[in-house]
Design a protein around this ligand. Structure first.
Ligand code: UDP
Length: 382
């Protein structure tokens, strides 16, 4: 069959590869001039530093099949994300762990003591069913840590009050009563030695795949394909005819430094008064390399306008209603499957994106074998 995949990011590449291996003819188009979507990496010409052009991407997963998959196409180097936060005039360790708690409260508590202290002296135990981000924070860490580490950062990141955000956003972050400062708790973690773009180029390197860059989708392309996998924005496929789904976009303000600017890859800024959310120093994402020069990004978050790159889907009540309408529209549109972060309007980590892409390709191959129609969504965006 002739398959058209719109978007040369992780979803398009992984689905394309599986279908090409099964003998299908896959054309992947992307309106950008590079593959890799927002995972795109490239070496900075001046310093030689591997840049995460659209912000930091750290690979972490518990999924052994996904880990094996990425290791087929890239050499992974050990990498653990150890984030720091500058807030209220001091630097602390994240995620909130025993060092953070002891330093913040100027104490020397052991794990059990810290747990009891947070639970009885900090946490708001009157909150029995935390639904919002703020409730979740007040219930589990209490107001002092919430104000220092989460409130200002989250207002900057999401442009709204944490009272209007779901608790699920905060649940991404662990709270630890030991000195483990690894930001992620997944079994497999690492960084592709030669960058994500090189890894994705490896996935795309198959005789059954052709890639056309600088090529926006046009409706006539659909007529030439037996099936389309769309990893662009769900509302974009329909020319935003029902309205626009909300996204946050990021602005990166680059600055160069001779030497080591901040001593770590990611420094968050918890204070509301500091206009950016974090500074990333890209050479620290490749700690096995050595560079004198350094490139940093100050990261600013704001509402995405029509011409901005969408990053984080905003899934509040209003967006969910519009999302439902687009889902209904997609479900009555034959011949197209919507995939990935933008196609399903969910904030997906890379490992989940790959897992879903592998499952989606499997589902498609079974549907073809059974003579059945492939649904609009392999995973429900709801
Ligand atoms: N967050 C925060 N303070 C921090 C880091 C994160 O309040 O120092 C909040 C913020 O709302 C963010 C959420 O926790 O959106 C999830 O954080 P994570 O690091 O997973 O966000 P990512 O940068 O991966 O989107």
């Amino acid at each position: 069959m002739n398959i058209l995949l719109v978007g040369a990011g992780l979803s398009g590449a992984v689905i394309g590869r599986r279908l090409a291996e099964a003998g299908h003819n896959c054309r992947i188009i992307d309106s950008r001039s590079h593959i890799g979507g927002n995972c795109h990496t490239e070496r900075d010409a001046k310093t030689g530093v591997m840049m995460h052009v659209y912000g930091p991407h750290i690979f972490h997963t518990d999924d052994a099949e996904v880990w094996d998959y990425v290791n087929r196409f890239a050499t992974f180097m050990p990498f653990q994300n150890r984030v720091k936060s500058t807030t209220q005039g001091a630097v602390y360790s994240l995620p909130v762990n025993l060092l953070t708690i002891n330093q913040f409260f100027n104490r020397t508590m052991r794990p059990d003591e810290a747990r009891a202290f947070i639970e009885t002296e900090q946490a708001d135990r009157s909150i029995t069913d935390p639904r919002t981000f703020e409730d979740q924070a007040l219930r589990f860490v209490g107001p002092a840590l919430y104000e220092a580490f989460f409130k200002g950062y989250t207002e900057k990141q999401w442009g709204c009050s944490p009272r209007d955000l779901p608790a699920s956003i905060l649940k991404r972050l662990p709270l630890r009563f030991n000195y483990d400062d690894n930001y992620f708790f997944h079994k497999y973690q690492g960084m592709p030695r030669d960058g994500y773009t090189d890894m994705i180029a490896g996935i795309l390197d198959h005789p059954g795949i052709t890639v056309d860059l600088d090529t926006p989708f046009t409706p006539d392309m659909q007529a030439e394909a037996d099936h389309v996998f769309w990893s662009g924005a769900l509302d974009g496929f329909f020319d935003f005819r029902l309205g626009r789904l909300g996204y946050r976009t990021l602005d990166f303000e680059r600055f160069d430094y001779d030497g080591d600017y901040q001593g770590c890859a990611v420094m968050n800024y918890g204070d509301r008064e500091v206009p950016f959310t974090r500074i990333t120093e890209h050479k620290h994402f490749s700690p096995w390399e050595s560079h004198q020069g350094s490139v940093c990004y100050r990261e600013f978050s704001r509402a995405a306008g029509p011409d901005d790159i969408p990053y984080y889907p905003i899934r509040l009540v209003q967006e969910k209603a519009l999302l439902d309408d687009y889902i209904a529209l997609a479900e009555t549109t034959p011949g197209v499957t919507f995939v990935g972060r933008l196609g399903t309007y969910r904030y997906l980590d890379m490992d989940v994106t790959i897992r879903e892409a592998l499952d989606c390709a499997r589902g498609f191959l079974s549907a073809v074998a059974a003579g059945e129609r492939m649904p609009a969504f392999a995973v429900s965006p709801r």
